[in-house]
Design a protein around this ligand. Structure first.
Ligand code: HEC
Length: 154
């Protein structure tokens, strides 16, 4: 009796282990969409915070590096936030994200390079270079949004 139960438990555990990777692969498209929108919001928030410091609106220069490091991490794989099948749902991503993939990836790569340049400028501490590279980075966001993000409805 005891042995039968043990065997059953073992079999169940095995089945769960086998299922685990299947479950984690089958993320719902809407969950992926929400996740990437949250990532983009985080990117937007760090950009706005860094901007407020650079424009001298707030006195948190000592935190500039934190925003730069977060931006480097958050923008490290933007295309990975747009997997196939996550095009349908409550999203502002245009179909072009998937139909003009090479172009989309080029925008992501350009932005990464500009974030890196901004990081370098912040390390140098030269205010003019910081401002110029911050502006370049912002143009990198805009360029991708122009071609790949739908205008806000309402
Ligand atoms: C390679 C293309 C690309 C780049 C580069 C990019 N974005 Fe986005 N971004 C998108 C797309 C596409 C969406 C729409 C996502 C959705 O709705 O599923 C988006 C959405 C957003 C949103 C709205 C999130 C929400 O739903 O509330 C913000 C904010 C944002 N991006 C900020 C930025 C900032 C700031 C940068 C630059 C530092 C940037 N993005 C760079 C493609 C890009």
């Amino acid at each position: 009796m005891k042995q039968v139960m043990m065997r059953r438990l073992f079999a169940m555990g095995f089945a769960l282990v086998m299922l685990a990777p299947i479950v984690s692969q089958a993320a719902e498209p809407q969950d992926i969409i929400k996740y990437r929108q949250n990532m983009m919001k985080a990117i937007g928030a760090h950009t706005a915070a860094a901007g407020a410091i650079l424009m001298g609106k707030v006195d948190y220069k000592n935190q500039l590096n934190e925003h730069v490091r977060s931006l480097e991490a958050l923008t490290s794989d933007i295309p990975g936030l747009f997997p196939k099948g996550s095009d349908f749902g409550d999203t502002r991503a245009k179909d072009a994200v998937w139909t003009k993939r090479a172009d989309f990836e080029k925008h992501a790569k350009t932005l990464k390079a500009r974030v890196a340049a901004f990081a370098k400028a912040v390390k140098s501490g030269n205010h003019a270079t910081e401002l110029a590279s911050f502006k370049d980075m912002g143009e990198g966001c805009k360029a991708c949004h122009k071609d790949f993000r739908k205008k806000e409805e309402k």
